[in-house]
Design a protein around this ligand. Sequence first.
Ligand SMILES: Nc1ncnc2c1ncn2[C@@H]1O[C@H](COP(=O)(O)OP(=O)(O)OP(=O)(O)O)[C@@H](O)[C@H]1O
Ligand SMILES: [Mg+2]
Length: 210
Amino acid sequence: MPARVFSIANQKGGTGKTTLSMNFAAGLSKRGKVLVIDADPQGSAGQWSSLAPDHRLFPVSVISIGGNLAREAERFIKDYDFLVIDCPPTLETEIMKLAMKISDVILIPVLPSPIDLWASMRLVDIIEQAKITNSKLKPYIVVNQLEPRSALSRAMKQALAEFNIPALKDGIRRRAIYRNSALEGASVYCMGKRGEAAVKEIDEIIKEIL
Ligand SMILES: Nc1ncnc2c1ncn2[C@@H]1O[C@H](COP(=O)(O)OP(=O)(O)OP(=O)(O)O)[C@@H](O)[C@H]1O
Ligand SMILES: [Mg+2]
């Protein structure tokens, strides 16, 4: 079976692409062989995994591909069950085009404000374009950095409802463990009791899209 390919994309910076990529990949690793492809020249995913002293803290291989995704993609798709592509915060690269071409799912992390959501509007057009040649492509919004104990604002709910891309039922809360685990090169899955609530929400996301 060829790998299922997930791209984590948003041209807006700092919305949680790398955080979601790494934790999502760690969660998937319980279900098959996973490779994280760091497609961002900033190299955050690669740096993250290089902080981990061994595979117990981050049980997934990360490869930084620079511009070579096209050449390697076929081999990765044959060799793995899941590929997770951590995309750069820009739309104007060949890597983004290729990611859209080979992906089954695009996860778009957004911050919980309508202004942030609107900033991702252009991505909608690009996904629509990509669907012409890749009809299997399924995009989902993932609301990130939700404030504990406060519901989504009415404005945000309305903006989500008007957006052409469905939002996953469960988002990701703002939790210190997401920052702290990254500092240790770990996923939230390796943080014991402190990571439990975060693990639960990442598992919910995985369940909803698999
Ligand atoms: N749910 C969360 N709770 C707490 N902190 C978070 C959460 N999600 C992301 N962060 C923090 O927010 C910052 C930005 O996240 P991240 O690097 O994952 O975003 P990004 O979209 O990959 O950024 P870039 O566009 O630069 O690649 C990081 O410091 C990260 O630790
Ligand atoms: Mg990033």
